[in-house]
Structure formats: C-alpha cells, structure tokens
Design a protein around this ligand. Structure first.
Ligand code: NI
Ligand code: MN
Length: 224
C-alpha cells in the first residue's frame, strides 16, 4: 500500500488498484503539490466538515463519481448537492470494496463553511491491503486513544499544529497511547497559526515511545 501526504491533513491511499482520499483539501491549500484534477479516487473519506478537510470533495466526487464516506450530517448535506455518499457515525464500521472503514471519536467541532451543522468530528481507521491506518482527524488528546491503540495500528496520522488541534507535546502523548508502528505528523505549517517543527516532534516520538516517526513532505509517499 502506498500512502501519499498531499499537504495539511490530506492523504491518498493506493493499493490493489484502489485509490482512496482522506480530507482532500487541495485548492487553496498552500502546502498542496497537486490539484483536484490529479486525483482519481473511488471513495473520499471525510473526518469532519471544516473547509480545510472538506476541501475539493464536491468537485472531485462529481468528476470521478467517487462515493463520500463520512458522518450522517455530512452525507445529507452533500447528498442535497448530488454527491453520492455512505453515512456513518463514531464506532461504526463498514466493508467497502477497498477495505474496512471504522470511525472513531475525536474532540473537535464540525460545521460547513456556510455554517450548517456537520455532526460530530471524527477520526477514522482504514483497513486496506492488510494494513491498519488511523487518521486522527482534528482532535485534542483523549485517553480513549489507548483503546484505539489496542486494535494494533500500522500507522497513525496525528495533527501537531496546536491552536486548532492538539500540539506536539500532546501528540507525543497520543503516540504513546496509540503505539502504532509508524507515526506521521499532519496539520501543521499550512498557515502561520499552526507553524511547528516536525523534526523536533519526530525526535520526541522516537525518544519517548516505541513508534518510528516519519516526516513526509507534501507530495511524498510512504510504502507500507
Ligand atoms: Ni477542523
Ligand atoms: Mn483542520
């Protein structure tokens, strides 16, 4: 499986001919290296409705026919705009052609750019090609990450930007609770508000937990 960091919180997963996007914020994302025309997903997974996660979802879904997988309120909203979706909520899992998606809690808000309520913000676990990946979405540190960690994670994508999500110190604590084989920091440096030093986060994770930490430049990939 190939995981590509598309900048901010956006990730592309590719395996066995399947392409899945998570939180495809590309247009208007200063750290994105590709635009919405360069992706061709069958499914788009959204953690919440904020514009830096919803991003180009509608445009990409309409061009490719991709199915959006997200919370009930988000799917209702997009459905009214002729985007096909699969509604879920925290704790629920479902088997898709590319693998299994299970949403988790996250401590964060969720509303659309026009103010419409977006349901609860979530994290997500994706089982694909024999790998288990956790994308925490936007969240604070919470102790139930320890329960998510018990599932056995190959990789955890954790926000470290601070201000809008947990910062690096709490993200190291999150990494300790999750005990994923590999941790990748996301949601930093996109805007001045969330400037961080990912190398210092990497050193802290590798000193204080058993996880390897990989800092991915936007546009770069990791083979799992
Ligand atoms: Ni957010
Ligand atoms: Mn965000």
């Amino acid at each position: 499986m190939k995981l590509t960091f598309l900048g901010h919180s956006a990730v592309r997963l590719e395996a066995d001919g399947h392409e899945v996007l998570i939180d495809p914020f590309l247009t208007g994302n200063p750290s994105a290296t590709i635009g919405p025309d360069a992706v061709n997903p069958s499914h788009i997974v959204l953690t919440h409705a904020h514009s830096d996660h919803l991003g180009d979802t509608e445009v990409i879904a309409k061009r490719t026919g991709a199915t959006v997988i997200s919370g009930f309120e988000i799917i209702e909203y997009l459905g009214a705009r002729d985007v096909s979706g699969h509604p879920m909520n925290p704790g629920g899992g479902y088997d898709f052609p590319f693998g299994r998606v299970t949403f988790t809690p996250a401590l964060h808000s969720s509303s659309f750019p026009d103010g419409t309520y977006g349901g609860v913000a979530m994290g997500v676990i994706i089982d694909m090609a024999g790998k288990r990946i956790y994308h925490a979405g936007d969240t604070a540190l919470f102790s139930d990450m320890g329960l998510i960690g018990r599932k056995g994670l190959d990789l955890a994508l954790l926000p470290i930007g601070d201000d809008l999500t947990m910062g690096p110190e709490d993200a190291v604590e999150a990494a300790a609770l999750l005990s994923a084989a590999t941790v990748v920091p996301v949601h930093y440096d996109t805007f001045d508000l969330i400037r961080q030093d990912p190398k210092s986060f990497q050193r802290a994770v590798e000193a204080e937990t058993d996880s390897r930490c990989v800092v991915l430049e936007p546009g770069s990939s990791l083979e799992l």
